[in-house]
Design a protein around this ligand. Structure first.
Ligand SMILES: *Cc1c(COP(=O)(O)O)cnc(C)c1O
Length: 384
């Protein structure tokens, strides 16, 4: 009986301290969460700029629903591509400095589009070992040969590229690693892509809106220009506070995706009201220097507060500030202690992170206050 096996496998997940629990929130996304009637300070969401419940976005979404309805009715290529989608694609291209962009319903789907349409059997992908699951799956889906390189290890990547004799090479990396918060060395990756005539795919899920001039993202942070060699993917459900993603690149690249990307072609277009909300979001990101300054000040406060304690933060210059504990059960225990004190910090365990590196992933938002971060620091000191 198939259920006997599933029950056993679930018990094994429990045994390893790896059971994940779904919690239902009873208030909108923000620094204060309500769960089971309890109010908690949440350090969980990727709503880095605090835009998910921002009145200007809500107003734009409501106006968008009045004007355009709720559903798009079909895929973009049939009849699901509306004026707000087109306006958002133009706005994102202008904002990020690329010739053209293409909207997707999620970042997961955007990654499923990029890799398999650019490389296939007989080609090779070079992928950082800490890349997001959506990139790992996309690489497998492409059927290209996969070369993993140790995290941010440019010397090994260079060796792998030099040894490869395939027709098409594609390097892919998170710009900001989602569970570590550190940055990929984008200038070095770009130089290697140039030297070895490879594509460079940059997943900027955690950099778009947060890093770079006016929040334009990680390429802007490093001063890298839009290059036809680069495919840039930004998501719209994190700092942008809504949902969706976009791919930015050359006119030819985007047209190729429109013609070939299965996760673009065979799915219903995202709601036009979401595009309306996102147009308001991009304006706030562009004018969001104060929010980004607050975010950086909070990160500095947390880092200074935990300096010299048992709790060692990874060297992250971003809103993602992980405290690596190692053991799964111990990580869950500390998270539960914090939860009991009204502080919600997610325990991240394998397979999301490598075995033996379970961690608390503190995620900061511009809508946190200094007092909230101080409360987290105090509780962690108490739990040493
Ligand atoms: C969240 C995330 C994605 C997926 O984006 P969604 O819009 O949430 O599907 C892709 N890549 C990275 C690095 C992410 O952190």
């Amino acid at each position: 009986m198939i259920y006997d096996q599933l029950t056993q496998d679930l018990a094994a997940i429990d045994q390893a301290g790896l059971r994940r629990r779904l919690r239902t929130l009873e208030a909108p996304c923000g620094p204060l969460a309500r769960v089971d009637g309890r109010e908690l300070i949440s350090f969980c969401s990727n709503d880095y700029l605090g835009l998910a419940s921002e009145p200007a976005l809500i107003k734009a979404a409501v106006a968008g629903a009045r004007q355009w309805g709720v559903g798009s009715g079909s895929s973009h290529l049939v009849s699901g591509h509306f004026a707000p989608h087109a306006a958002l694609e133009r706005r994102l291209a202008e904002f990020t400095g690329w010739p053209r962009t293409l909207l997707f319903s999620t970042g997961f789907m955007a990654n499923q589009a990029i890799l398999p349409t650019l490389v296939g059997r007989g080609d090779a992908i070079f992928s950082d070992e800490l890349n997001h699951a959506s990139l790992i799956d996309a690489a497998r889906l492409s059927r290209a040969e996969i070369n993993r390189f140790p995290h941010n290890d440019m010397a090994t990547l260079e060796k792998q590229l030099a040894a490869s004799t395939v027709r098409r090479k594609l390097i892919v990396a998170d710009a900001v690693f989602s569970m570590d918060g550190d940055l990929a060395p984008l200038p070095e990756l770009f130089a290697l892509a140039e030297r070895h005539d490879a594509w460079l795919v940059i997943d900027d899920a955690h950099g778009f809106g947060v890093l770079g001039e006016h929040g334009r993202g990680s390429l802007s942070h490093f001063g890298l220009p839009a290059s036809p060699r680069v495919i840039y993917m930004g998501t719209l459900g994190k700092a942008a506070g809504a949902a969706g993603a976009f791919v930015a690149g050359s006119e030819t690249l985007i047209e190729w995706l429109v013609q070939r990307a299965r996760s673009y072609i065979f799915t219903t277009g995202s709601s036009p009201l979401m595009a309306c909300a996102l147009l308001a979001s991009i304006d706030l990101i562009e004018q969001g220097d104060a929010r980004r300054q607050q975010l950086h000040a909070l990160a500095a406060q947390l880092r200074a507060g935990l300096d010299g304690t048992r709790w060692q933060l990874l060297p992250s210059p971003t809103a993602v500030q992980p405290i690596v504990i190692g053991d799964n059960r111990e990580t869950v225990r500390v998270a539960e202690e914090l939860f009991a004190r009204g502080l919600w910090v997610p325990a991240i365990r394998p397979p999301t992170v490598p075995a033996g590196t379970a961690r608390l992933r503190v995620s900061l938002s511009a809508t946190h206050t200094e007092a909230m971060v101080a409360q987290l620091v105090d509780a962690l000191k108490e739990l040493q």
